[in-house]
Design a protein around this ligand. Structure first.
Ligand code: MSP
Length: 519
């Protein structure tokens, strides 16, 4: 991607019926890492996240708790969803709520346009509805219930019974876009990623598309349909529009042109909404389709999607309060191939924290800075002539910078981290082999000692810059100890290997302190 080009990335907007668990935080971190990376390579970056507050699911939860849906949403947003971003260090540029006036106005403008242009008609529908998914289900989406639901058909995602609904609604003529969608998937093979997600979407659309019921008249918690206020807009039709209402749709054409289209990061359970319904809506409105939709896997517990409704949700703070936000971010980005499912395990987290973050990266930083402090009074030594071993460190720094960059372009943060870790390993090996502590004992080796520490110091600078998107807290500390000028987030990530260094180093507290219970 060229310097300064627009990079707009979104997370799904989260239902406020409940508090966040680590599955939600996983989506947030992935989008944030990609956004931070692009920001640091000079792209005109914008990261959006937010909350999905309308619909039956929220209405029922609020009613069960004896408050209005707006009160419920306000409480959950201020007490749980906003604080989540701080807990896991997400640097989003905007946060949209579907109850924001800017959003509701944009939804009305959009649906009215589709209505005026003949894409919407009145119809009747009877089908099985899952309130958890906020979606009508086909018989093939249902499975036999177990336990208390034995003998009933339940939603395959929520394991809860579906409800038979019969409604007179407004319909979006989505079926008219099937061919255009298939042409889109064909022309742009990376429109839906990964490959498995693309295949699923293509075969779904090849079976033919039905029209979509886009209004509800049996409850009123939603955006009123402008030409018929006895209906509210279907929650998904409303929610998907957040991606454009947040960047000026219907209000600020300049902003919309600057940001849109976006890359959407979504869990695989909501892939069809983003890769089928959403582009069809945009085509109908004459707007560009997204740049791409990436469907990531699920965090599993006992082989099933972690979820609050199944009581398997783990709160992000349970992890960050012990390990810190950097370790949270690192673990999920490193341990799970982005696009595949992964099982969370406390043992794996603790083991990686100790081996990779504390012993691998943290100690490396502490040792190099401590040796420059001890042997050179903190003044960064100049390099003399370079040996093959020194050149190898500098080459590795350049190679991993390019490899990590390429991995980010493929939406593969796990590969980016694996590449960066090659440099961690090479640097640790280099120090073991060069034995600067032995060189320090021999005054004749003073220049060689300086060269080794200079080379290691530069490698550390490269690591600090490359790891900023994933480990913003630790790398900021390391950057300041390295004597780096300005904020580390202002350092160009594509030039991470070119950093020449500063005049002197400062103190560095342990980046990843030992966790007793994790040992
Ligand atoms: N409100 C809709 C999205 C509307 S976007 C226009 C929604 N919300 S959600 O809160 O249920 O889910 C939000 C995201 O969290 C989805 O991408 C979903 O895949 C993700 N996750 C929820 N549980 C998850 C796991 N156990 N693992 C990984 N991600 C999971 O759907």
């Amino acid at each position: 991607m060229a310097d300064g080009s627009s990079f707009y990335i979104t997370t799904p907007i989260f239902y406020v019926n409940d508090v966040p668990h680590i599955g939600h935080a996983y989506t947030e971190v992935a989008a944030d890492v990609l956004a931070r990376w692009h920001r640091q390579r000079g792209d005109d970056t914008w990261m959006l996240t937010g909350t999905d507050e309308h619909g039956q699911k929220i209405l029922r939860t609020a009613t069960a708790n004896g408050v209005t849906p707006q009160e419920w949403a306000d409480k959950l947003v201020s007490e749980s969803w906003f604080p989540l971003l701080g807990t896991i260090d997400v640097a989003n540029d905007d946060f949209i709520r579907t109850t924001d006036a800017r959003h509701e106005e944009g939804v009305r403008t959009f649906i009215q346009k589709l209505y005026d242009e003949g894409h919407i008609y009145t119809g009747e529908y009877e089908g099985y509805y899952c309130v958890g998914c906020e979606e009508y289900k086909q018989p093939s989406d249902l499975v036999a219930g177990t336990g208390e639901y034995e003998g009933q058909q339940v939603c395959a995602i929520h394991s809860k019974p579906v409800e038979l609904l019969n409604e007179k609604n407004y319909f979006f003529r989505m079926s008219a876009f099937a061919d255009k969608l298939l042409a889109l998937y064909e022309e742009r093979p990376d429109f839906v990623q990964p490959e498995s997600a693309r295949n699923e979407v293509v075969s779904f659309v090849k079976q033919g598309l039905s029209d979509l019921s886009i209004s509800r008249s049996t409850f009123d918690w939603g955006v009123k349909v402008p030409w018929d206020e006895s209906h509210v807009v279907y929650v998904w039709f409303d929610a998907l529009l957040n991606y454009i209402t947040a960047v000026g749709y219907g209000a600020d054409d300049e902003q919309l042109a600057r940001r849109w289209p976006a890359h959407h990061i979504v869990g695989k359970d909501i892939l069809r909404f983003h890769a089928v319904i959403w582009p069809a809506m945009l085509m109908a409105a004459g707007l560009d389709v997204p740049k791409g939709v990436f469907g990531h896997g699920w965090l599993l517990v006992g082989g099933e999607k972690m979820s609050k409704s199944k009581l398997t949700g783990i709160a992000p703070e349970e992890i960050t309060s012990t390990f810190g936000s950097d370790a949270f971010r690192y673990y999920f980005m490193r341990a799970i191939a982005f696009g595949q499912d992964g099982s969370f395990s406390w043992e794996d987290l603790a083991a990686r924290y100790q081996a990779e973050l504390a012993n691998g990266f943290g100690n490396l930083g502490s040792r190099v800075i401590a040796m420059i402090t001890r042997y050179f009074d903190g003044a960064v030594p100049a390099a003399g002539s370079l040996t093959e071993a020194d050149e190898r460190v500098l080459d590795t720094a350049r190679q991993v910078t390019d490899a990590a960059q390429a991995a980010i372009d493929r939406f593969a943060p796990h590969d980016a981290l694996a590449s960066v870790w090659e440099l961690v390993d090479v640097l640790n090996g280099y120090i073991t082999e060069q034995e600067p502590w032995a060189l320090a004992k021999d005054p004749e080796q003073r220049e060689r000692l300086g060269t080794v520490l200079h080379t290691a110091y530069r490698g550390l600078g490269t690591l600090a810059v490359l790891l900023t998107p994933v480990l913003p807290v630790a790398t900021a500390k390391l950057w300041s100890a390295l004597g780096g000028s300005g904020e580390i987030t202002a350092q160009r990530i594509d030039r991470a290997a070119d950093w020449e260094g500063a005049a002197s180093v400062g103190a560095l507290e342990p980046l990843f302190p030992r966790i007793e219970s994790a040992a």
